[in-house]
Design a protein around this ligand. Structure first.
Ligand SMILES: [Zn+2]
Length: 471
């Protein structure tokens, strides 16, 4: 089981920041206890506290405790003071594990999402040489919830609903970041309804694992469900039931709501007072969910960051990012990840392989050997379009979007829908290529990091501006 150490800052003879009759140590403890409560209520996790009451504990005692307990995560809770307003989080500014930053990002975002509703300023994800971050052997993070000596912040800190919301977001963030398993909820008892019952099935799977994934996904959207097996023509299906109604209209509304959440294939099963339940149509398994990072999806990067990333290596690279984003969107393909693939294929658009720059072939389409130059495209736009179409061929069996003209000469040679994820391109787009998809994703990750850096710089600038205005 994962062990999380919660560390409410200060305590006992050390009050932390003080303003009027308020002491930082009390707020830290209050939030920490609520985080513990929420974690234990919903997740399978061991939670330890460096202090659970108002007592003096040295910094060394805190980190020694976490180290001795072999904790998996150390989470310190403080409140800020001395001019300023808003929320910020910290990780160590020395050598850290790769995941430290990722975890900080997940938890920070979750908290900011809640704080936004209260108009709290996001001061950003920061790094610092704090004792508890430096001396813990596990991943560690420290948050400064709000400024005790800022009247607007203090008003929120005295609002219990706010503190509970922040604690809930913190617990959710920690659970997401550490992948904590949810506690099994007691199964809702089916209400005894006389007459016909309309059950809403939000997916029916041959693998129980997939049914569990679906139930978890529903839980994350606050929809209660439970799984039960049925045998149909000798095959066992695991149905995920998300509601049972005595009125058909209500069941249909529930199906509609599920469809809006992107859960296609939900259906209604009718159970009469005496007859066994049966679906209205012959039961077919819900398609297995795709595991791994998909080729279809939304871009998240900005064109500026993408072009900047390439030009850091090759200042003469053409500015193709916007084309990738636009055409990717048209086809429902992640244009920013496709751009990472183009970077890999063209070596940052330096074209050091067999393809020449004037071919506008950014994805090595048709370059089946070292002396085969591959396809040529009239314009950069057509080259990007062919690349996206080629990905589309791998990612889905669907026909081209309405009004689109095929320019990829090898589209029809692709086993349609055979690679819905980037890693599944291994051995298909590149032969033998056992790490092809991974290399694309690693370039993509580096671009995301650059985007994060850019956003953090922007936040710092904003904060500086704000402080200048305050003065
Ligand atoms: Zn403090």
């Amino acid at each position: 089981m994962v062990t999380v150490v919660l560390d409410p800052g200060h305590g006992g003879s050390d009050s932390g920041a003080v303003y009027k009759q308020y002491r930082e140590k009390d707020f830290n403890l209050k939030v920490a206890l609520m985080v513990r409560e929420f974690l234990l209520e919903s997740y399978v996790v061991k939670v330890l506290m460096t202090r659970a009451k108002d007592e003096t504990v040295s910094l060394k005692e805190r980190t020694d405790f976490a180290n001795k307990k072999n904790a998996d995560y150390f989470f310190s809770i403080h409140h800020n003071a001395a001019g300023g307003s808003g929320f910020e989080s910290f990780i160590y500014n020395g050598n850290i594990n790769n995941s430290t930053k990722v975890i900080q990002g997940i938890i920070h975002k979750e908290i900011v999402f809640t704080m936004d509703k209260y108009n709290v300023f996001n001061r950003g994800q920061k790094r610092a040489n704090f004792y508890v971050l430096r001396n813990t052997r596990m991943n560690a993070m420290l948050i400064e919830v709000l400024f005790i000596d800022n009247e607007k912040d203090l008003k929120l800190m005295l609002n219990d609903k706010f503190l509970r919301d922040v604690a809930m977001a913190t617990a959710t963030g920690i659970a997401k970041a550490l992948n904590l398993p949810r506690k099994e909820k007691p199964k809702p008892k089916p209400e005894p309804v006389p007459g016909t019952i309309y059950k809403v099935i939000a997916g029916s799977f041959k693998e129980e694992e997939n049914a569990k994934d679906r139930a978890e996904m529903l839980a994350s959207k606050k929809i209660d469900s439970y799984i039960y097996p049925v045998k149909i023509n000798g095959t066992t299906f695991y149905r995920v039931q998300a509601g049972a109604y005595s009125e058909r209209k209500n069941a249909e509304e529930q199906v509609e709501m599920l469809v809006k959440l992107g859960i296609s294939g939900a259906f209604i099963v009718i159970e009469g007072p005496s007859e066994p339940e049966k679906p209205e149509k012959p039961e077919e398994p819900t398609p297995e969910p795709i595991k791994g990072f998909t080729i279809q999806g939304e871009s998240v990067l900005t064109a500026d960051t993408m072009n900047q990333f390439v030009r850091n290596v090759n200042p003469k690279a053409p500015a193709l990012a916007q084309l990738y984003l636009n055409i990717g969107k048209l086809y429902g393909i992640r244009g920013d990840t496709a751009f990472a693939q183009a970077i890999h294929e063209t070596n940052y658009f330096k074209f050091t392989g067999t393809v020449k720059p004037e071919q506008n072939n950014y994805a090595g389409i048709g370059t089946t050997g070292p002396s085969v130059p591959g396809a040529s495209f009239k314009t950069p736009r057509e080259g990007v379009l062919a690349h996206i179409q080629h990905l589309y061929a791998y990612a889905t069996k669907a026909k081209l979007p309405d009004g689109q003209v095929l320019v990829d000469p090898r589209f029809n040679l692709v086993a349609r829908g055979s690679a819905p994820t980037w890693v599944m391109l291994n051995g298909k787009w590149a032969v033998p290529g056992t790490t092809y998809g991974q290399m694309i994703l690693s370039i993509y990750e580096k671009m995301i990091n650059l985007e994060v850096e850019n956003v953090n710089k922007l936040l710092d600038d904003l904060e500086k501006t704000k402080q200048q205005l305050d003065e």
